[in-house]
Write a protein that binds this ligand. Structure first.
Ligand SMILES: Nc1ncnc2c1ncn2[C@@H]1O[C@H](COP(=O)(O)OP(=O)(O)OC[C@H]2O[C@@H]([n+]3cccc(C(=O)O)c3)[C@H](O)[C@@H]2O)[C@@H](O)[C@H]1O
Ligand SMILES: Nc1ncnc2c1ncn2[C@@H]1O[C@H](COP(=O)(O)OP(=O)(O)OP(=O)(O)O)[C@@H](O)[C@H]1O
Ligand SMILES: [Mg+2]
Length: 277
């Protein structure tokens, strides 16, 4: 077991790679966190969406380590825009890797019902994509209420810092077990705990519409994003020095800062006015 003294953070803020001791420490830290969250809530079950992507694969794996396979319920929730191989990967994770109970729930009828109620949004790619994500959140909480289970989030530090998630969609959860990890560290930890490489190295996609990739939409890879977040946003290194260090134009650093600033509302409780009295 790694203790605090053997787990030294890298001194180079650009070096986001963990040592084996650090990976083991994160594994223990996160499993203890999951267990602690359930204990504090007085429940002994957890539910989460399984997309076949690496974030949900890692969180479900760590949840099973923390709670045991009988305590974790997976929901595979395909829509018409999900790639079939991602949905079969999600079932592979539930069946072969973890051996947990899971349901496959098609969300198209739910999405269609909303669009029948409000046809004006039909064809609005982002609004309908967010609707798909929020339909899954409703199902997570339906199961969570019914089974007395907490809803586990799968958001990582990279997504949280730039608001790359749907407010009250995949952001609607009871806790965020991998919130401290940049995306590339999610992949490292996944490999460390035994997730097969083909899953750990998969191209990240929100799958809110057909063919969407995170890197395509954000206009940069997670490696670039992570480096800018670590140096400039978390590390306080000035824009030009960050751009030089990473080898990107300063405008890319500006873009990340703008995403960070305009998504501040997603990282805060909804505000109300100060008390009048
Ligand atoms: N300043 C402000 N103060 C308070 N609230 C503010 C606000 N600005 C917007 N808002 C509210 O926030 C809403 C916009 O936020 P939101 O509804 O989330 O929508 P939005 O941020 O526009 O879109 C979600 C983004 O996250 C990405 N995503 C979503 C889901 C999963 C993943 C993934 O990686 O798997 C990625 C998706 O591809 C897209 O780029 C506005 O309609 C408004 O209601
Ligand atoms: N089709 C789906 N079925 C069930 N849950 C889903 C589905 N699509 C998305 N989710 C849930 O929404 C979360 C956010 O999606 P996101 O794409 O950020 O993560 P991921 O798919 O696990 O990993 P990656 O970012 O590498 O694609 C997922 O981790 C999962 O919990
Ligand atoms: Mg995904």
């Amino acid at each position: 077991m790694a203790d605090a003294e053997t787990v030294m953070r890298a001194t180079d803020p650009l070096d986001l790679s963990f040592s084996e001791a650090e990976l083991e420490a994160h594994r223990e830290h996160i499993t203890a966190f999951i267990e602690g969250q359930l204990d504090a809530a007085g429940v002994d079950r957890a539910v989460l969406g399984l997309s076949g992507g690496i974030d949900s694969t890692l969180v479900s794996h760590l949840a099973v380590e923390a709670l045991g396979r009988d305590a974790v319920h997976g929901l595979v929730m395909p829509s018409e825009v999900n790639a079939a191989d991602n949905m079969s990967d999600a079932e592979r994770v539930a069946n072969d890797l973890l051996g947990i109970d899971y349901d496959v729930i098609e969300i198209n009828p739910l999405v269609d019902a909303f669009l029948e109620a409000y046809p004006e949004a039909e064809g609005d790619q982002l609004a309908v994509g967010n609707l798909r994500v929020r339909c899954r959140a409703v199902l997570n909480y339906l199961v969570g209420n019914h089974e007395d289970a907490l809803v586990l989030g799968t958001g990582n530090r990279s997504e949280a810092l730039v608001g790359y998630y749907t407010k009250y969609g995949d952001g609607a959860v009871d806790c965020h077990p991998i919130a401290t990890l940049y995306k590339q560290q999610v992949r490292q930890l996944a490999k460390h705990v035994g997730v097969p490489d083909d899953l750990a190295e998969k191209t990240a996609s929100a799958e809110m519409w057909a063919g969407q990739t995170d890197a395509g939409e954000m206009g940069m890879t997670y490696d670039t994003l992570d480096s800018i977040l670590a140096l400039h946003i978390d590390g306080g290194v000035p824009k030009d020095a960050t751009a030089d260090h990473i080898g990107v134009p300063p405008s890319v650093v500006d873009q990340v800062r703008e995403m960070y600033e305009t998504s501040a509302h997603k990282r805060a409780m909804p505000p109300g006015p100060e008390p009048l009295y």
